[in-house]
Design a protein around this ligand. Structure first.
Ligand SMILES: NC(=O)C1=CN([C@@H]2O[C@H](COP(=O)(O)OP(=O)(O)OC[C@H]3O[C@@H](n4cnc5c(N)ncnc54)[C@H](O)[C@@H]3O)[C@@H](O)[C@H]2O)[C@@H](O)CC1
Ligand SMILES: [K+]
Length: 505
C-alpha cells in the first residue's frame, strides 16, 4: 500500500490522464462510486445522512457520492456549503449531473437552517476539502466544520478530513474530526503522523482504477501482513545451529541486566542459531539464569559498567547488536567506536549506543556492511540536533534525509514505525498497540531484528518483518490473555511462539 504526499497524488492523477486517457471526470466518478460502495456496507437506508459539499474536486466526489446513494435509496440531504460561483471544473460537471438527475441541492448561501439539518442528522459526510487545502480554514467552511464537530452524529470524511493537510510538518490547522475516513486511491502521509492521524478516525483506502503500472513509486509503503508471511525464514530440515547465524549482543550493566537479557532471549525465540552476550562480568550470572541458551563474553568492568579494554574480536559473528542497558560511561564511547569500525557484518545500534554514536556519525559512511539504527523520537532528536517535536511532526523527511546522508537503515519507532533504507525508500509498520509503550519492548525489538537479519538475504525485509512480528505479538496478546496496561516485554518474548506458529501455518 503506497503512501503519498499531496504533490505525489497530483502527479499520479496527471500520469493517469496523460498516459492512459482516463480523464478527471471519470476518475471522480470512480472515486465517488468506490466510496459509495463502502458506505453501503456501513449505513442503513433509514439513517439520516447529511452530505457537506465543497467547491473543488473533493466536493466533486461529494456530488457523485450523494447521487449514487440517493439512486440506491439512501436518505441523503446534499448541502453545497460554498457559493455557486466557486464550483468549477470536474466538480461543476458532476454537480450538473446531480441536478439533471432531479435531486435537491440545499445551499448554504440561500438557506440558514443548516443548524436544524445538523441536529437531525445521524451521519455527517464531509466532502468539502481534500488534498487541496491551504492554510487555516476560511469562509463558510470554517463555520461548518466547527458546527459539524459539535454534533453527536457519526462523522465520515472523504479522502481527508477537511482542514487536515495531506503532508507532514504542518501543525497549525483546524479540521473536521472524523470517526471514519474513506481515503481516495492512496494513503496520505498525514494519516500516519502523530498530530494528524487522530483526525482520520479509522480509515480505508478506496481503489479508483488508477493505472498502477504507470504510476511513479513514491518509495513509501505500508508493510503488509502478507509481505511478512511471504518472506519469513523457513527452516531447512538439514540445517544446524550454525545455519541460522551467530549473533553477538553487546551491552548491559550490573544494575541493568534485564535489557540485554531480553534482547538475547528475543533473538533466540526469533530463530537465531547462537547468541553470545558480551556484558560486564558481574552481570553474567543474572543474565545466564534468564537466558540459559546463550553463551557469554565477560567484559572488564568498573562500578558495574563496561570498562576497557573493549577491542575484543568480533570477526566470528554474523550480526552484532549494541547498546541495550549499557549506560553512557566514557568507555562505552570507545566500544561503539570499535564496533562501528571493525564489525564486518550487520551492526544494529540501539539505546545508549545511539547516544554515543552522535560523536562519531562521520564513521558510518565508511562501513561496508549494513548499519541499523533503532531510535525512538527522543533518541533520534538527539542524533540530528532537533527538538523531539520536530521529529514527531516530520518523521518521514527527517529519517529519509538521515538515512541517505549516513548510508544507514533507520528504524524510527512510534505508533507508526518508519523503516528507511540508505537509498531513502521507506516502509511503515502499523502493527502494535499502546501496550508496547513500556520499558523493555525496544530491547525485545532489537533482539528480533538481529535474529531476522541473520536469517534473511534482505536487510529491509528483515527489519520490516521484525517490526511486524513484534507488533502483531502485542496485538495477539491483548486479544487473548492480556490488557494494554499489564503487558510486559517478557510477555512479548513468550508470545512470539504463537505469532511464528500463525505465520508458518
Ligand atoms: N483527478 C483528480 O484530481 C481526482 C481528485 N479527487 C479528489 O479531489 C481532491 C483534490 O481536489 P482539489 O485539488 O480540487 O482540492 P480540494 O477539493 O481539496 O480543495 C480545493 C478547494 O479548496 C479551497 N480551499 C483551499 N484551502 C482552503 C481553506 N483553507 N479554506 C477554505 N477553502 C479552501 C480552494 O479554494 C478550492 O476551491 C482530492 O482530495 C480527492 O478528493 C478524486 O476525485 C479523484 C480524482
Ligand atoms: K473531505
Amino acid at each position: 500500500m503506497d503512501v503519498v504526499t499531496a504533490q505525489e497524488m497530483y502527479e499520479w492523477d496527471q500520469v493517469a490522464m496523460e498516459s492512459t486517457g482516463l480523464d478527471g471526470k471519470l476518475l471522480m466518478e470512480n472515486a465517488g462510486r468506490a466510496v459509495s460502495s463502502e458506505l453501503e456496507k456501513k449505513l442503513d437506508k433509514h439513517q439520516r445522512v447529511m452530505m457537506l459539499i465543497g467547491a473543488g474536486n473533493n466536493g466533486g466526489d461529494g456530488f457523485v457520492i450523494a447521487r449514487t446513494l440517493l439512486n440506491r435509496g439512501y436518505s441523503v440531504e446534499a448541502w453545497q456549503v460554498v457559493p455557486d460561483s466557486k464550483v468549477k471544473g470536474d466538480a461543476r460537471h458532476h454537480k450538473e449531473i446531480f441536478m439533471k438527475t432531479g435531486y435537491t441541492l440545499y445551499k448554504l448561501e440561500e438557506n440558514d437552517d443548516l443548524r436544524e439539518s445538523f441536529e437531525s442528522a445521524e451521519v455527517i459526510i464531509d466532502a468539502m476539502l481534500g488534498i487541496g487545502v491551504k492554510g487555516h480554514l476560511r469562509g463558510p467552511i470554517k463555520q461548518v466544520v466547527e458546527l459539524a464537530n459539535e454534533q453527536k452524529a457519526f462523522r465520515i470524511a472523504v479522502d481527508l478530513p477537511t482542514g487536515v493537510p495531506a503532508d507532514e510538518g504542518i501543525v497549525e490547522f483546524d479540521a473536521f474530526k472524523a470517526d471514519y475516513t474513506y481515503i481516495i486511491a492512496a494513503l496520505k502521509v498525514s494519516a500516519l503522523v502523530e498530530h494528524t492521524r487522530l483526525y482520520y478516525g479509522e480509515w480505508k483506502v478506496c481503489d479508483i482504477g488508477l493505472p498502477v503500472r504507470k504510476l511513479p513509486s513514491p518509495n513509501r509503503k505500508v508493510w503488509q501482513r502478507e509481505d511478512s508471511k511471504r518472506i519469513l525464514p523457513k527452516r531447512d530440515a538439514n540445517s544446524h545451529k550454525g545455519s541460522h547465524g551467530k549473533a553477538l549482543i553487546v551491552g548491559g550493566a550490573a544494575h541493568m541486566p534485564g535489557s540485554i537479557a531480553m534482547s538475547a532471549k528475543a533473538a533466540l525465540r526469533s530463530g537465531a542459531g547462537l547468541v553470545t552476550v558480551a556484558t560486564p562480568k558481574s552481570a553474567v550470572p543474572t543474565i545466564a539464569t534468564y537466558v540459559q541458551e546463550a553463551t557469554f563474553l565477560p567484559l572488564a568492568e568498573e562500578e558495574g559498567v563496561i570498562k576497557g579494554p573493549v577491542d575484543f574480536d568480533v570477526s566470528a559473528y554474523d550480526g552484532v547488536a549494541v547498546g541495550m542497558g549499557m549506560g553512557r560511561g566514557r568507555e562505552s564511547n570507545n566500544l561503539v567506536n570499535h564496533l562501528v569500525s571493525s564489525v564486518k557484518s550487520p551492526l544494529l545500534i540501539d539505546a545508549d549506543a545511539l547516544y554515543q554514536l552522535k560523536n562519531i556519525l562521520g564513521l558510518l559512511r565508511s562501513r561496508t556492511y549494513p548499519t541499523i539504527l533503532t531510535p525512538h523520537p527522543g533518541e533520534f532528536a538527539h542524533l540530528v540536533d532537533q527538538p523531539i517535536s520536530a521529529i514527531v511532526q516530520s518523521p518521514f523527511s527527517y529519517s529519509r534525509e538521515f538515512s541517505k546522508k549516513y548510508g544507514v537503515y533507520t528504524v524510527l519507532k512510534g505508533p507508526a514505525t518508519i523503516i528507511t533504507a540508505p537509498n531513502g525508500s521507506q516502509f511503515v509498520d502499523l502493527t502494535g498497540n499502546a501496550g508496547l509503550a513500556k520499558g523493555g519492548s525496544g530491547d525485545v525489538l532489537s533482539g528480533i531484528l538481529l535474529a531476522m537479519m541473520l536469517q534473511s538475504g534482505s536487510t529491509t525485509h528483515a527489519l520490516n518483518s521484525g517490526c511486524m512480528l513484534h507488533g502483531l505479538t502485542a496485538e495477539m496478546l491483548i486479544e487473548d490473555d492480556h490488557s494494554m496496561v499489564d503487558l510486559l516485554a517478557t510477555d512479548l518474548i513468550e508470545g512470539l511462539t504463537q505469532t511464528f506458529r500463525t505465520f508458518s501455518s
